[in-house]
Design a protein around this ligand. Structure first.
Ligand code: NDP
Ligand SMILES: CC(C)CCC[C@@H](C)[C@H]1CC[C@H]2C3=C(CC[C@]12C)[C@@]1(C)CCC(=O)[C@@H](C)[C@@H]1CC3
Length: 345
């Protein structure tokens, strides 16, 4: 009897997920949940601090000792680090199924409490709790590459990473039916009016975080136009307001803990009050279980939560002009080329 041993790529291949900023917060919980959903998945934790990455890998292995977890050093605020990490990733994997572009930061120097109290009793109260607009005083600095830190960390480092990993993505990996998903941890703080294509690094503005998150959404749409033909699909997610080191950098942990009952009450009106990393990672996990070619490239996926703390995924149309997206990507391509020339890459 002749057995048909010819199986397609999807039947034989263990899925590979690369997660940036995987040592803490939403990225770490996502790693835990991906493993729980598929114990055969191969995980790459791309972290800027090797010890923190190893500690995360150790914690993940405690519940699943036989899993394939690997830590790679990646600092998205340095292009040289992105080049080195991409090289190491390509040496280890010949195809990536899920590339989670999750690492992110914001530097908050204060909260505008006057604006908060005024907003609390106005019609913009729900918008204020969803986006945080106008409440946070932020600062930014310039990286060693000469770019705005928030822009480079949240957006450009990830853009360069995608370009560097192109030949292990989709059918560009040489697997005719290989598919890849690029999944951005964006935010409901992504606000179009905070973004200016003439100042895409946000050198002049006072809300680098919102600008960076909107740039992410624009790029995600642009990547779909450029890359869907190679079975590479990009989607953006809003995790909601989640208690992590990012929020503890805004107000101390004890304050958030005391505010939890209020945040839970707010869920009656604002389902983005996800609070926990489990709830916040819902849409990120959900996307990994979808057929990406069936998803609308203009949809944003929101982790939301019911009053009874049950997470669910909602969608929102972004209506981003693909020409505008292409224009931004061309700007980033130029910046990328100039840095490659500087580092002789
Ligand atoms: N928390 C929230 O309410 C929301 C968060 N988000 C987004 O979710 C994502 C994850 O954040 P969250 O889990 O909340 O916060 P955390 O601070 O817990 O996690 C952020 C992760 O990103 C890493 N990181 C920061 N800068 C860099 C860098 N230059 N290179 C590589 N890694 C870096 C951090 O590493 P290290 O531990 O070394 O600092 C950490 O692993 C971010 O993109 C954030 O903007 C979006 C909406 C709401
Ligand atoms: C709950 C307390 C009694 C009052 C807290 C007031 C503000 C500090 C928060 C209200 C809405 C929050 C918010 C964010 C930060 C903290 C607040 C401004 C984010 C901007 C954090 C990062 C994100 O990506 C957004 C989705 C958050 C939106 C809401």
């Amino acid at each position: 009897m002749v057995m048909d041993v010819k199986k397609n790529f999807h039947q034989t291949h263990s899925k590979v997920a690369v997660i940036t900023g995987a040592n803490a917060g939403i990225g770490f919980t996502l790693a835990e949940r991906l493993l729980k959903a598929n114990h055969k998945i191969r995980l790459c934790l791309a972290c800027r601090n090797y010890d923190k990455g190893q500690a995360a890998a150790k914690a993940l292995k405690e519940s699943s000792p036989d899993v394939d977890i690997w830590v790679v050093l990646l600092d998205t605020s340095s292009v040289e680090s992105v080049y080195a990490a991409s090289k190491a990733i390509k040496e280890r994997y010949d195809h990536i199924d899920y590339l989670y572009l999750n690492a992110g930061m914001m530097k908050v120097t204060g909260v505008d409490w006057h604006y908060f109290w005024k907003g609390l009793f106005s019609s913009r109260v729900f918008f204020m709790f969803t986006t945080g607009e106008g409440l946070l005083k932020q600062e930014d600095n310039v990286t060693n590459d000469g770019l705005q830190n928030v822009f480079q960390t949240n957006v450009f480092g990830h853009y360069v990473l995608i370009k560097e990993l192109e030949d292990v993505l989709g059918n560009l990996s040489g697997k005719p039916d290989g598919t890849s998903q690029l999944i951005w941890t964006s935010s409901s703080a992504s606000l179009e009016h905070k973004f200016d294509i003439e100042d895409f690094q946000h050198k002049k503005g006072n809300d680098p975080y919102s600008s960076s998150k909107f740039a992410m959404d624009v790029i995600s749409v642009g990547l779909n136009s450029r890359m869907n033909k190679f079975n590479i699909f990009s989607h953006a997610v809003c995790p909601g307001l989640v208690m992590t080191n990012l929020t503890y950098g805004i107000l101390p942990q004890w304050f958030w803990t005391l505010s939890l009952p209020l945040l839970w009450l707010l869920r009656f009106f604002v389902p983005s009050m996800t609070s926990t990393t489990d709830n916040g990672s819902e849409a990120l996990l959900w996307l990994s279980q979808q057929n990406p070619s069936a998803l609308d490239p203009q949809s944003k996926f929101l982790s939301e939560v019911s009053v009874l703390n049950k997470p669910f995924v909602a969608t929102k149309q972004m209506n981003i002009d693909p020409d505008k997206a292409e224009r931004l990507m061309q700007e980033l391509d130029r910046l990328d080329l100039s840095l490659r020339a500087r580092y002789k890459k």
